[in-house]
Ligand binder design. Sequence first.
Ligand code: AMP
Length: 273
Amino acid sequence: MQIIRDIEGLQAVRKGLQGSVGFVPTMGALHHGHLSLIQKARAENDHVIVSIFVNPTQFLPGEDLDKYPRREEADRKICELAGVDILFMPDVSTMYHKDEVKLKAPAYLGYILEGHRRPGHFDGVVQVVMKLFNLTQPTRAYFGKKDAQQLRILQKMAEDFFLPLEIVPVDTVREDDGLALSSRNVYLSDEERQKALSISKSLKRASRLIMAGELNVETIKREMMEMMQAIDVEYVAIVDRDFHPLEKVQIKNTIILVAARVGETRLIDNLWI
Ligand code: AMP
């Protein structure tokens, strides 16, 4: 595995790659969720590039940029064992210039739900992902369904800018007890972790209700909220695949999303129906 930190080095190596390239952008502190993206990329492509970059432009002032977990050594081993060919780990001054040309997330998709709670977050995401796409020129790029809104925005960016690549969604990986894996789970105390389980439990409850024929969105939301009384729920949203609110669940065209604070930690999770 080659570790590359500079732009020229990456561009030179990319130029020499023949065949398909799978790309997995991450912010590091890798877990089995990231690994699942890497494994899919490994299975579907001739070459695999992973990036680790804690992107400052997608953090709002007061968010956890400074304390975001950084585990370079462990991450490097995980990538090596997973058969990654190139690990790109630039620093901030390598990725950003002064007074840059800026991309903006779509006015609707970028500013509802996560974008409403974290205004400007998705602008930072599209800015960095476009840079990473231009550098790695992937055939396929892999993103988790856990970050459903991010995934939809990046699919739209690829469409809108006619990017010659495929965005591949990957299912959410969970702990045995249902908690969605996240680099931010390390912030949780034992007690908070127990409380956080109510998020995935409420999604499971929603899934059972729907399987039993309950399609009314307000009823499902009410049942979910009841299960999450011990945590600070920011939103429960039931939307179609383009993130338009629904009154009735549409089978194969619905995403149920939850964002909540458990102590100081902000968690998101979702279920695709
Ligand atoms: P991050 O390092 O948090 O920016 O995540 C990098 C990529 O991993 C994103 O595409 C995430 O959606 C994806 N990801 C994060 N957590 C999970 C998970 N539990 N299961 C699957 N993919 C995930």
